[in-house]
Design a protein around this ligand. Structure first.
Ligand code: IPM
Ligand code: MN
Length: 367
C-alpha cells in the first residue's frame, strides 16, 4: 500500500488558487510515480479567510496545519483588503503561520535556468545558484511596534505630530540556530557562506557578526565573508555567480531574495521552504505574491508553486527522488521552450503558454 502523507493546502488569494491547482496535479502525479498518496485538506488564510471568518487566520487553521505533515501555500493578499484594519491584513496570516508553526528558517534558492539567462537584466549571470537562508520569526517583523502622538518639535520648527516605531531585536539563540542551518547548507553545497548585515550601524547586526565569526572558526572548511546589506545589493548584480549561501535577518532576506528573483529571470520560478524544529511541519510556498492584476487570466506561472511541491517532498517527507523528478521536469519544460508570459521573450524557440499548458508539459516530462 502507498504511504500516506498529510498536507494542509492553503491556496490563498489572487493567483494563489490557480497555481495551487496546477501544483496539486504535479503532486498527485509524483504520488502515482513514487508510491505515495497525498491526503490534502484545503484551508483558508489571508483575504479568503477575512471574507469567510472576519480574520486572516483562525486558530482552527493553525491547529490543522500543526496536525499535518506539511503546509503548502499559494499566496495571500490583494487590493480588495487594502483598507482593512492593519492588524487584520491578509499578510498577517503569513506572519501568524510562521510564528505559530515556529518556522524560523526560510530557504529561498535562486537558481538560474540556463535558458532564461537572457531574460535576466544582468549580463554575467551564468551558473548563478544562490541559497538565501532568511531568519523568519524574529527581527523587525516581530519586534515591539506602535504609534503615539508627540508634542515635540523638530529643530526647524516642524511639529513631530504622530510617531510610529518598529524595533529590531535578536537573541543569541535565534541567531545561532539560523546560522547553523546556513553553515550546514553551505557544507552540502559549494562551501561558501556570506553573512549580510548592517554592522556599521546596527547593534543587532554586530551580534550576528560576532556569532558568525565564532562559528566560522568552527567550520574551517567553509569560506566565509561578511557584507553590508547596501553593498551586497550591488554585489548581487555585479557578481551573482560568486555567491553560494547568503544568510541574513528577516527584513534583509525579504528584500534581497526579491532582488535575486529578478536577477535569475522571474520571481515566477522561485520556490521556498520555511522550516522549524525537526519533526514539526514546514511550510512551502512560491516567493512571489498573489498578483491580483493577472488573477483569473490563466497567465500565472505555476513553476514556483510546483517547485515548492518538490521542496516539500524533499524536506518534509524525504522523497528526494520525487523532488528531483519534478525539478527535472520543470527544467525540461523550460528547455523545450514552454513559457508563461513572465518568462517569454519572443525568441523563435519559445512558445507562449498558459498555466495549465506548462503544467501539462511538466506532467509529461515527469516520464
Ligand atoms: C515574503 C512576503 C512577506 C514578507 C509579506 C507578504 C508579509 O513579502 O514572503 O517575502 O515580507 O515576508
Ligand atoms: Mn517578500
Amino acid at each position: 500500500m502507498a504511504d500516506r502523507i498529510k498536507i494542509a493546502v492553503i491556496p490563498g488569494d489572487g493567483i494563489g488558487p490557480e497555481i495551487m491547482e496546477q501544483a496539486l496535479l504535479v503532486l498527485n502525479e509524483a504520488g502515482l510515480k513514487f508510491g505515495f498518496e497525498a491526503e490534502t485538506e484545503m484551508l483558508l488564510a489571508g483575504g479568503a479567510s477575512i471574507d469567510a471568518y472576519g480574520v486572516p487566520l483562525t486558530d482552527e487553521t493553525i491547529e490543522k496545519c500543526k496536525a499535518s505533515g506539511a503546509v503548502l501555500l499559494g499566496a495571500v493578499g490583494g487590493p480588495k483588503w487594502d483598507n482593512v484594519d492593519p492588524s487584520l491584513r491578509p499578510e498577517k496570516a503569513l506572519l501568524g503561520l510562521r510564528s505559530g508553526l515556529g518556522l524560523y528558517a526560510n530557504l529561498r534558492p535562486a537558481k538560474l535556468f540556463d535558458e532564461l539567462a537572457h531574460a535576466s537584466p544582468v549580463k554575467d549571470i551564468n551558473d548563478t545558484d544562490i541559497l538565501f537562508v532568511r531568519e523568519l520569526t524574529g527581527g523587525i517583523y516581530f519586534g515591539k511596534s506602535g504609534e503615539y502622538m508627540s508634542e515635540d518639535i523638530l529643530a526647524d520648527g516642524t511639529p513631530y505630530g504622530k510617531v510610529a516605531f518598529d524595533t529590531e531585536s535578536y537573541s543569541e539563540g535565534e541567531i545561532r540556530r539560523i546560522l547553523k542551518i546556513a553553515f550546514d547548507a553551505a557544507g552540502g553545497r559549494h562551501r561558501k557562506i556570506t553573512l549580510v548585515d548592517k554592522a556599521n550601524v546596527l547593534t543587532t547586526s554586530r551580534l550576528w557578526r560576532r556569532i558568525f565569526l565564532e562559528m566560522a572558526e568552527e567550520h574551517p572548511a567553509i569560506e566565509t565573508e561578511c557584507l553590508y546589506v547596501d553593498n551586497c545589493s550591488m554585489q548581487l548584480i555585479s557578481r551573482p555567480s560568486d555567491f553560494d549561501v547568503i544568510v541574513t535577518s528577516n527584513m534583509f532576506g525579504d528584500i534581497l531574495s526579491d532582488e535575486a528573483g529578478m536577477i535569475t529571470g522571474s520571481v515566477g520560478m522561485l520556490p521556498s521552504a520555511s522550516l522549524g524544529a525537526p519533526g514539526t511541519p514546514g511550510m512551502f510556498e512560491p516567493i512571489h505574491g498573489s498578483a491580483p492584476d493577472i488573477a483569473g487570466t490563466g497567465k500565472a506561472n505555476p513553476c514556483a508553486a510546483i517547485l515548492s511541491v518538490a521542496m516539500m517532498l524533499r524536506y518534509a517527507f524525504n522523497y528526494n527522488d520525487a523532488a528531483c523528478a519534478i525539478e527535472r521536469a520543470v527544467a525540461k519544460a523550460i528547455s523545450e521552450g514552454y513559457r508563461t508570459c513572465d518568462i517569454y521573450s519572443g525568441r523563435p524557440e519559445e512558445k507562449i503558454v498558459n498555466s495549465s499548458e506548462i503544467t501539462l508539459a511538466i506532467l509529461k516530462f515527469m516520464g
